[in-house]
Write a new protein. Structure first.
Length: 388
């Protein structure tokens, strides 16, 4: 849902501020979506990266709906083997297959009059997707081994961290099912897009695990909080919770630095004032380069170095015969002269300072092989040692 929903006086009355932590603009708008959608029985598709809290949002929708006192049933599609999907979702009768010693209700039966969450719906096999579509359309199904249909009344919520439209285009997900579950879509923002909520989330998790461990409330240092705000959190809120749990249990903030692979701020990947989604540490060389150059400048410099070293190696093998070097490089004589002038390439030891010995030796070996092969075939440039 991209359109904005106006503020509601019911926002705090429904307990969402305590149930879903966050007061950033993105989370305030998300809570308004929850309250608006809870009043209907629309099928909703919850999308977002892993760890953003899709199940929490689904439970909030159920809690704020008229079905709040009815069952909430979660189906973890990613954890079910393909051959068990049908029996888990729709149940089976006694004797339906070998080992079916008793009748077992399916998840849809257990969610009758309540809400069912199809978590990671992208993991449901294609054959089961067809039967699921029928259930969503007709509100009835037939358990395995049964000869009669069973009507159900359950609100369906679906969640995914995958690109379903891409799966549809690849034939991995049914288009008709996609449109059926996507009556309304809600995108859960990643933690890096709501950094102002990190402090509130830290306090929430610290209180939770202090009470669970029977310890006093742990206060985080300003230093760790600053780095929490600069870290990318690729695992989102789940990753933050795990870090806070470790800090609250061990009483040591160093677990955060160990987690990101370094005990210093260099473990945070910075790009200007923002961050990429990568949480591993940069090498000192990469950090220094990014402080000095933009990515475009780095690319230009890499091309300059590669062209300089290549031209130098070819010139050295042609004894600085520039016309022969141009033929080897498959460029015009004029273009080669322009490059020599632009890169300030000079004959003599000073010209070799840019490249490491290992790099230049590898280049020499490659060009030596090239000239030998070309001369053996009789179609390479002649190295007559005449200066152009």
């Amino acid at each position: 849902m991209d359109h904005l929903i106006p503020a509601s006086k019911d926002l705090n009355e429904n307990g969402l501020d305590a149930f879903i932590v966050g007061r950033s603009p993105a989370m305030i708008q998300l809570k308004r979506h929850i309250l608006a959608l809870a009043k209907s029985d629309l099928t909703i598709l919850l999308s977002g990266e892993s760890g953003t809290g899709k199940e929490l949002v689904a439970r909030a929708i159920h809690r704020c709906s008229s079905r709040a006192d009815r069952p909430f049933v979660k189906v973890n599609s990613a954890a079910l083997p393909p051959n068990l999907f049908e029996s888990e979702l729709f149940g089976f009768e006694r004797g339906a297959f070998t080992g079916a010693c008793r009748t077992k209700p399916g998840k849809f039966q257990l969610a009758h009059s309540g809400t069912i969450l199809l978590d990671e719906i992208c993991g449901i096999p294609l054959p089961i997707q067809g039967k699921l579509l029928q259930v969503l359309e007709d509100n009835e199904f037939s358990p395995l081994g049964s000869t009669t249909n069973m009507r159900i009344d359950a609100r369906v919520l679906a969640a995914t961290n995958a690109n379903l439209t891409g799966m549809v285009s690849r034939g991995e997900f049914r288009l008709d099912l996609y449109y059926r579950i996507n009556a309304v879509s809600v995108d859960i923002p990643p933690l890096r897009d709501r950094r102002e909520d990190i402090g509130l989330l830290c306090d929430h998790f610290l209180r939770r695990y202090a009470a669970r461990n029977g310890k006093g409330h742990v206060c985080l240092s300003d230093r760790i909080l600053e780095q929490f705000h600069r870290y990318a959190w690729p695992g989102n809120v789940r990753e933050l919770e795990n870090v806070i749990q470790a800090i609250a249990t061990l009483g040591n903030e160093e677990v955060f630095y160990e987690k990101i692979g370094n005990h210093s701020l260099s473990g945070v990947f910075q790009q200007g004032k923002g961050l990429t989604a990568r949480g591993d540490a940069l090498t000192d060389r990469a950090s220094n380069l990014l402080r000095r150059y933009t990515l475009k400048e780095l690319c230009k410099e890499a091309v300059r170095q590669a062209e300089t070293n290549t031209i130098l190696d070819v010139l050295s093998h042609t004894d600085w015969n520039r016309r022969q070097a141009a033929a080897v490089l498959k460029t015009s004589y004029r273009s080669l002269l322009t490059k020599i002038k632009e890169y300030r390439i000079r004959k003599g030891p000073a010209a070799l300072e840019d490249a490491t010995g290992e790099t230049r030796q590898a280049a020499r070996d490659a060009w030596t092989g090239y000239f030998r092969d070309a001369q053996r075939r009789g179609n390479g440039p002649r190295l007559d040692r005449a200066n152009a």
